[in-house]
Design a protein around this ligand. Structure first.
Ligand SMILES: *Cc1c(COP(=O)(O)O)cnc(C)c1O
Length: 360
């Protein structure tokens, strides 16, 4: 069975070494030494000033909204994983969907201003697949209208624009370290902040709103454990190698699928990509479904990332139209991509796709 992704597991002995330290210390959670070590190493690796390790990527978005005191309308993208929209709703904010740019599949900044109202408080954009939003345009609009900006960077671990971290744009960026993500800690997430004051606010919110006997704010439990941090410390030294290996796999797909009109993304010169996903876009949903069925019957499971378009979720109060996102969502499929995927499997997957496309 070949799935869209496969969790990277470090050599077991490496993880056991950390477990032995934990057993000796007796501390397994509550901002222990491994969480502190992971935060320090992540800040260095990602080249960001402040990072808070969180229980998961969804909680990271919720805490980011809380830390910025967002109530009201939040402009967001319809083309993402459902967690982006859920986090907005769970914080009793209202998602206002702005359609995507057909070239990048990220929120289209040219369409944002028309959706700003007196109730707009923030923009929550997603670097979807790890491709960068138009951060300069978004940050410019936010300044003009006095809005906060949160980037859901769940896919953008380690990505760099013009040589510096993509995570340094906006007020806050959130990450997911779920087992399906490029860098993972089994479950986990993080928030990147730019000021010590904001880092302090995040620490307080994620630890029930108090430090010791001092109570500051309404908090919750958004911490993560030493066991999760230990996994992160084992995976982090390998993440650059994992990205390199993924890059080589993407190049094989690129070569095999060139000329079919389904490979849409071109990585620009000024961008250091992390090779987190390999999306292909078919002519229509029928073609997508026949490719998917053929692959499934060969024990290959690509995923419909991202489907459905989030503006069509059944539990939304209003029906907002985003024709480009709805169209792309119906035609896009992410192909298997993980560091241990064999070249011969990539060739086989590509050949099956080509066969279906020749027949349709
Ligand atoms: C995975 C993901 C999340 C949620 O992260 P979890 O750690 O699974 O809670 C949020 N946003 C996007 C875009 C994601 O892909």
């Amino acid at each position: 069975m070949i799935n869209v992704t496969k969790t990277y597991l470090p050599p077991l002995e490496e993880y056991v070494k950390y477990l032995e330290k934990l057993w000796a210390s007796g501390t397994v959670t509550n901002n222990g030494v491994l969480v502190q070590e992971l935060e320090a190493k992540l800040a260095e690796y990602l080249d960001v000033p402040f990072i808070q390790y969180i229980s998961n990527g969804t909680m990271a978005i919720q805490i980011a909204l809380r830390a910025l005191d967002i109530h009201g309308e939040v402009i967001t993208t319809p083309f993402s994983y459902v967690a982006t929209t859920n986090a907005i709703l769970w914080e009793y904010c209202e998602p206002i969907f702005v359609d995507i740019d057909p070239k990048t599949f990220c929120i289209n900044p040219a369409k944002i201003e028309a959706s700003i109202t007196e109730r707009t408080r923030a923009i929550l954009a997603v670097h979807v697949y790890g491709y960068p939003c138009d951060v300069k345009a978004i940050d410019g609009i936010a300044k003009k209208y006095n809005l906060k900006v949160i980037y859901d960077a769940a896919h953008a671990f380690g990505c760099k624009l013009n040589g510096s971290s993509l995570l340094n744009y906006g007020d806050l960026s959130t990450l997911s370290f779920h087992a399906t993500k490029l860098f993972h800690t089994v479950e986990g997430g993080a928030i990147v902040a730019h000021t010590p004051q904001m880092a302090d606010t995040l620490i307080k919110i994620k630890s029930f709103g108090h430090l010791g006997d001092e109570y500051y704010t309404l908090g919750l439990n958004g911490k993560n454990s030493e066991l999760h941090a230990a996994m992160g410390l084992c995976v982090l030294p390998n993440v650059a190698g994992i990205a390199q290996r993924r890059r080589a796999i993407c190049e094989v797909y690129d070569n095999e699928l060139r000329g079919l009109g389904i490979v849409f993304f071109k990585i620009s010169q000024d961008y250091e990509y992390n090779y987190a996903y390999y999306p292909v876009v078919f002519q229509n949903e029928t073609q997508l479904l026949s490719v998917k069925q053929t692959l499934n019957s060969n024990q290959i499971n690509p995923r419909r990332y991202f489907y459905p378009s989030l503006n069509t979720l059944p539990f939304l109060r209003t029906r907002q139209l985003c024709p480009i996102s709805e169209d792309v969502s119906s035609r896009v499929l992410c192909l298997p991509l993980y560091e241990s995927l064999e070249k011969q499997d990539v060739l086989r997957i590509s050949a099956l796709i080509k066969k279906v496309l020749r027949m349709s």
